[in-house]
Design a protein around this ligand. Structure first.
Ligand SMILES: Cc1ncc(COP(=O)(O)O)c(C=O)c1O
Length: 442
């Protein structure tokens, strides 16, 4: 009688009781390695390293040591995984884009829908990981920079959840472009500090955040938002985000019984692309493509953010990589319809992977991106972020050139809700503009 007794509150057959329970067996996220990992000091070939002001070195060393210890601690991985599933909403689905595939008449297209994560993008994943490290370091406050606002919103989310104070720096131009995310960051309890110098975009917000960190390093953790910055940030964020590729591998094998032929992701600093690619770096049959922001076209100076068209090696913001810069080594202005890709630098491991020929790079222009965004929405019912639409734009070109037995996975790094103002303006939506005018009394 003991073993056949049941109640309404018994949960499912996998031991989930509502949002709790389950089996979070460590999956080896933090023990996984590839032949492209560089050395112990964060050098990836000729890129990477730690070029930080003297005052930040102890904080970077502390972060590195805490991370090295956490990596060996099975409890850390178990706890990380339980936040991802019980809080962030992982795993995100891998959706077969049947209509788009039929329309293009070539390779099968699958969409990894990271937009379904809590706070609307992949960024929450490395924010949870870093918040856990900040707790272990006894920090009380999180500092962050943000471009599209997705990273800032994710930092504000974990600050609320884990009980940190939170300050997010954002360029005035990005605040204008991504107002909904500013509103939500504030509702989550974060202070959003506008940055009014330079081009008023992500690179300036990064400088402001670094300045704050130098002043408040004793009690604050700088929660850097991509696979950029001084060592150990590029490796830490890559490892946390590698859960994306790990899920894709499991999902695609389950559905198709084999590995995909192509993985495509947009590339700002590199967190969503490295996250998708990392588990596949040594699986040479899988081709990896990063899509940069072609903006108004690569021939337009300051009109794009294609680091691999005109970018040069340099040391900026604490790391060595490829940057769009002027002849004095100052960062050049960039442009993209998507704030999250509007950045002159790229993660050092991606720069290395480009040199090694392991990741191919291409770009999509603003016009191609808006067309890809609209087509995806109307054929698949998914409103993706403008950043992610860069990856979709390349998939639209690639799929018809491949046979029907080939498989493409496109990373939809985020949801497009945040882009409502930009898209409405770009598509000249008169009804929406009238609606906004009607609200002007507020
Ligand atoms: C939805 C989305 N995708 C992509 C990016 C680009 O960043 P990363 O290259 O680090 O993934 C951003 C940055 O804000 C973003 O918000």
């Amino acid at each position: 009688m003991i073993f056949n007794f049941k109640t309404l509150y018994d949960g499912d057959t996998c031991g989930h009781f509502g949002q709790y329970g389950g089996r979070f067996a460590p999956k080896g996220i933090f023990s996984f390695q590839t032949s492209y990992d560089g050395d112990r000091n964060g050098h990836f070939g000729q890129y990477g390293g730690r070029f930080a002001p003297e005052m930040l070195i102890p904080a970077l060393e502390e972060l590195e040591n805490v991370y090295i210890r956490a990596k060996k601690d099975r409890e850390f991985e178990r706890e990380f995984m339980s936040y991802l599933t019980g809080f962030a909403g992982r795993p995100t689905p891998l959706t077969f884009a049947a209509n788009l595939t039929r329309r293009l008449g070539g390779a099968k297209i699958y969409l990894k829908n990271e937009g379904l994560n809590l706070s609307g993008a992949h960024k929450i994943t490395h924010c949870i990981g870093q918040a856990m490290l900040a707790k272990r370091m006894g920090k009380k406050r999180l500092i962050a920079e943000t471009g599209a606002g997705q990273h800032g919103k994710a930092v504000a989310t974990v600050a609320a959840k884990f009980g940190f104070e939170c300050t997010v720096y954002m360029g005035e131009r990005d605040i204008e472009r991504q107002r909904p995310n500013v509103f939500w960051m504030q509702r989550l309890g974060a202070k959003v500090k506008p940055v009014s110098f330079g081009t008023k975009t992500l690179k300036d917000a990064t400088n402001a955040a670094l300045k704050d960190w130098i002043t408040n390093v004793h009690d604050s953790h700088y929660l850097l938002g991509s696979t950029v910055g001084p060592h150990p940030f590029p490796s830490i964020n890559r490892d946390f985000q590698s859960v994306v590729g790990m899920e894709v591998e499991e999902q695609v094998k389950k559905i198709e019984g084999k590995l995909p032929n192509y993985l495509i992701a947009c590339v700002g600093g590199g967190s969503n692309s490295m996250g998708l690619f990392y588990r596949f770096l040594d699986k040479k049959s899988v081709r990896l493509v990063g899509v940069e922001a072609g903006g108004r076209g690569v021939s337009k100076k300051g009109g794009h953010a294609v680091r691999f068209s005109g970018g040069k090696k340099g040391v900026v913001e604490g790391y060595k990589s490829v940057f769009l810069q002027d002849r004095y080594g100052n960062l050049s202005p960039t442009h993209s319809v998507s704030a999250g890709l509007d950045y002159p630098g790229i993660g050092p491991q991606l720069a290395h992977l480009k040199n090694e020929g392991r990741v191919q790079f291409t770009y999509a222009t603003d016009r191609e991106v808006l067309a890809a965004f609209s087509l995806l929405a109307k054929t698949e019912g998914i409103i993706c972020a403008l950043e992610s639409a860069h990856a979709v734009a390349f998939a639209l070109k690639l799929a018809p050139t491949l046979s029907k037995n080939k498989i493409i996975v496109v990373n939809l790094s985020g949801a497009g809700d945040k882009d409502i103002f930009i898209i409405a303006e770009a598509l000249k939506d008169k009804e929406w503009i009238e609606f906004l005018k009607g609200k002007s009394h507020l």
